[in-house]
Design a binder for this molecule. Sequence first.
Ligand code: HEM
Length: 480
Amino acid sequence: MSHINNKPNAPGTSVAHTTTPTRLLADLPGPGEEDTDAYYSQNHSYIHSLHETYGDEVVVSRKGQSVLFFRNPESVKSVLTSSSNFGKVWQTEGDSNTSETTDYVHNLLQPMRANSVFNMHGEENAKRRRGFRTVFLGSDSFAKSFRQEIDHGLLQWEQEGLGDVNIFQKTHNLIRNAIFVILCGDESPQVRDLVKDIFNESVNYFVERYKTPPCANSPPIVSKEDELLSNRTEIEAKKVVESFKAIVATSYPDGKNMPPATRTCLLMKMVSENYSDEEMAAMLVNVLIAAEEAVTSTLAQILQEFAYNPSVRNAALREAINQEQEILSGETGDLDYITNCALEGLRLFAPATLVKRQARKDTIVNNILIPKGTIVELCISSIHQNESMFPNSKQFDPLRSGLDHYMLGNEQLFMSFSGGERGCPGRHLALTILQLSISRILTRFDLKPSPSKPRWVNDSVPKFVVWPLDGIFLDLHRRE
Ligand code: HEM
């Protein structure tokens, strides 16, 4: 294990929390060298095994640098909420795995465009994020259009054929169209097909690409091919931006009579703030990727749980039927139990499994001196499987306590969306889409285990996002 040569309480050290004598990284438990191959191939399972073996504060040596894993609530919250002490990083192997246009992101299947708000830091990022608040808090404006898109998508499910189906594939299409409402409002049916093929190509390509996990001798990098595909994706996304602008200019020349979803959507916001077409296209790509991967994964796994757990499914179905009129009229309804199913799904199946930060300066957290530059990793899956916080953690229990998508309002540590200034801005929208999708799917369809395939457990792409390699199969029938 590398030895850190910093003196406790050095001048300039930022103290986030302290009660007892300061510890050094070298004082913390850990295995010494990180098992790089296990980190890349077993991902969050490997980090969970470290926490189970060494406790809530673990240090490993990665290429000679100490890396910290935390899972106790105090330390996790300290790291996430002190953005002046800890900056965001998407990956930790240095610059070699990014390119000028494309960022490798550990907790997504696909890479991100490098020139968007979410790859900026400090005030540049914060001021833009503030500008998007109305979009990310726009559930009320989007709810009716989400519901319409979902119902339209469910009609397509029927037309494509029911029975023993890949529910992951179906869910993916449904969610992408709902996410497009956030991007382009009610104009999305006119523009989204412009990028349908390239996004399908991209997902399929990266599933294949990462099927074989990276390893110590071949760490993850953005290859030339990855970059070319990512560049082509942005070129196609720019066509969406141009079409959206043209449609808005023609349909609402004086800005009047714009439907609420169009008025609130991301591209409208960016048009009104004079963002360049390039930045709008990059933002469209990044938000679509960040949003659709996580929501699709969660929803498909919740549907699988319903198929195997009839008592939970029936309780959710009763509520969906009771609230149907409200939902059809464009409200999100009073979906307490379904909301809890969504939150419990987000806890148990947390699709983005790892959050990373880097100390901007020497900082003390929970009496540990964390030297400037140290990477701190917070493994969401391991935090959610911590029995001391979530007893019977492997059980799907929508009535358990501690399910709350405001991480910081909670003593347990529900953190599917991470937290602090760089936490997930889409969490409210994600929850609304999950609530509406669950209630509409249950009202229309009956879900049972697949007659041909066992329950899907863990054959996913070896990254820190849960994305099945060959789908999830269920028996799907129209409810009479
Ligand atoms: C099940 C649903 C979702 C989950 C579990 C999820 C989870 C996360 C997590 C863990 C992060 C990293 C936060 C960090 O580093 O602290 C993140 C970032 C992000 N998410 Fe989500 N997300 C979900 C849905 C969405 C949706 C629907 C949107 C957009 C409408 C969205 C947009 C973003 C963006 C733009 C970022 C980057 C934020 C930044 O770097 O400042 N996410 N998400």
